[in-house]
Design a protein around this ligand. Structure first.
Ligand code: OSB
Ligand code: MG
Length: 334
């Protein structure tokens, strides 16, 4: 992999801002999203690894932030990216109001298998989504590795009547994905890999093992647009570009990645600005008629001030950037 030189740490931190954004509903256990934002020669960029990730994992996210801020994005092949609605693990009765936040989206991804949810809850949520979107809508699920192979087989059987577009990361390991894919092939539900790509030591292992039908590709955890694009090219599978619950600045990185992929047959998981109750820009990358624009995003000074992280959190993030930077420096020195 070709390495670009790193900008100086001081240069990265000069215009750094840290924000704490409230969310509309709890999503993957959090109700606020923290993010660090930097300004490079190419524009604003984002560093927002989840707080529990260690420095080695966060370093990939920093590589991505530097890539988008300091290196020109590939030429876009399209101006807009169709996106899916993302339905957190809410009660079925709240599905319609969540969907209403994603104007014009024909596709919805429903979170299932969360710790506090029963299969009956999941079935009810997926049913409500299918009813709201109608037969022409596309409904996919994401279990975030929450099922064993047996549980996944049972759940997919129960959910098959809703005509699923695919099931994302039903189980944790590549071996389990291969096994559930074999067992449920007769149902015709494609299996997508997410954590097995973005958190694996080798993001291509799941494709090489034939354990998934498609890959979920995220720019930040995969080290940025250029690295993610190389993974897409080498994997040889269809992909869905998705967000990590980014601010609109991180979403603009995802949109530029999606715009550079020649074949984009699935709607992308880049509509997540709708899950934030506040954003850093006056022109957020929110779905309009089911798609978001491919453009750079400029933060608004007043919003950066209003949602500035408390000093202790800002210090924590600045120290984290420095530690992740050290990891990248060591890798470059090898
Ligand atoms: O793909 C989407 O619809 C939205 C993004 C999403 O679900 C997500 C957001 C943050 C962390 C993990 C995930 C995930 O896909 O598992
Ligand atoms: Mg996922």
């Amino acid at each position: 992999m070709t390495q670009s030189p790193l900008p100086e740490l001081a240069e990265i931190l000069t215009h750094a801002r840290v924000v704490t954004l409230p969310m509309v509903t709890r999503f993957r256990g959090i109700t606020v999203r923290e993010a660090a934002l930097f300004e490079g020669p190419e524009g604003w960029t984002e560093f927002s690894p989840f707080v529990e990730y260690d420095d080695a994992e966060a370093a990939n996210w920093l590589r991505a932030a530097i890539d988008f801020g300091w290196r020109a994005a590939p030429a876009p092949l399209r101006e807009r990216i169709p996106v899916n609605a993302t339905i957190p693990g809410v009660p079925a009765g709240q599905v319609a109001e969540v969907l209403a936040r994603f104007p014009g989206c024909r596709t919805a991804k429903v979170k299932v298998a969360a710790g506090d949810q029963t299969l009956a809850d999941d079935v009810a949520r997926v049913r409500a989504t299918r009813e709201a979107l109608g037969p022409e809508g596309r409904v996919r699920i994401d279990a975030n590795a929450g099922w064993t192979v047996d549980e996944a087989e049972h759940a997919l059987h129960a959910l098959a009547e809703f005509d699923l577009e695919y099931a994302e990361q039903p189980c944790a390991s590549v071996e389990e994905l291969a096994e559930i894919r074999r067992r449920t092939a007769y149902m015709g539900i494609p299996i997508a890999a997410d954590e097995s790509v973005r958190r694996a030591s080798d993001p291509l292992a799941v494709a090489a093992a034939g354990a998934a039908d498609l890959l979920v590709i995220k720019a930040q955890p995969l080290g940025g647009i250029h690295r993610a694009l190389a993974i897409v090219q080498q994997a040889g599978l269809p992909v869905v570009v998705s967000s990590a619950l980014d601010t609109s600045i991180g979403l603009s990185m995802g949109a530029h990645l999606a715009a550079s992929i020649p074949e984009l047959e699935f709607d992308c998981g880049l509509g997540t600005a709708s899950l934030l109750a506040a954003d850093v820009t006056l022109e957020p990358l929110i779905a309009d008629a089911g798609s978001i624009a491919v453009r750079r995003v400029q933060p608004d000074a007043a919003l950066l001030g209003r949602y500035a992280a408390p000093p202790a959190r800002r210090d924590w993030w600045m120290a984290r950037v420095a530690r992740a930077y050290t990891v990248l420096e060591r890798e470059l020195a090898l």
